[in-house]
Design a protein around this ligand. Structure first.
Ligand code: GLN
Length: 195
């Protein structure tokens, strides 16, 4: 079994755990401590409230250990607030959380009218079928560095990116019944375990 962790301090934890539990060979684990982090081979940072989650990561002493594991190559995937935690810059805030990915993001970027909306996208690297996308007070990626691969744009805004072992999505695959993103991430984790 492959242990994949979900940061379990705040946010869409049970939804990610449920999606992972539907994938054969995966053992989903809640991550709340440094010792939980040591047992996993991939980590999901869920959606929620990035300021709260960022504060809790620090309070629980997880900031440096997560950064260290990411730099050692462990796959990490941030959804929505998780994307904000991973960004090197938040253009409308004056702080950074983990600063792992070479992206700048805008919090609550879609504004009040489009606070929450559904869309679909075809993302050939992930799946041949259209994928349902759920946006809830989502960030978008404003700029992406050279090493960052853009996986999809929605309304002309970058909504999913990958940089080596790290993925970030503005939307919430864990709030749909579609498992393609979780399967894609699982594939990255399995490749990492073979290296
Ligand atoms: N608006 C939230 C934030 O800035 C993110 C929302 C979400 O994760 N659905 O942290």
């Amino acid at each position: 079994m492959v242990n994949i962790g979900v940061l379990a301090l705040q946010g869409s934890i049970v939804e990610h755990i449920h999606s992972l539990s539907l994938i054969e060979g995966i053992n989903p684990c809640e991550v709340k401590s440094v010792s939980d982090l040591e047992k996993i081979s991939g980590l999901i940072l869920p959606g929620g409230e990035s300021t709260t989650m960022g504060k809790l990561i620090k309070d629980f002493g997880l900031n440096e250990p997560i950064i260290k594991r990411a730099k050692e190559g462990m796959p990490i995937w941030g959804t929505c607030a998780g994307m904000i935690l991973m960004a090197k810059e938040i253009v409308n805030e004056n702080y950074v959380h983990l600063g792992l990915m070479d992206i700048s993001v805008r919090r609550n970027a879609y504004g009040s009218q489009l606070d929450s909306f559904n869309s679909t996208a075809s993302i050939p690297v992930i799946s041949h079928e259209d994928i349902p996308l759920v946006f809830i007070r989502a960030p978008w990626v404003e700029t992406a560095g050279e090493k960052v691969r853009i996986l999809t744009r929605v309304n002309n805004r970058i909504a999913a990116v990958q940089q080596d072992n790290m993925i970030a999505t503005s939307f919430h695959p864990e709030l749909t019944t579609n498992l393609v993103f979780h399967k894609y991430f699982t594939g990255i984790v399995k490749k990492y375990l073979k290296t």
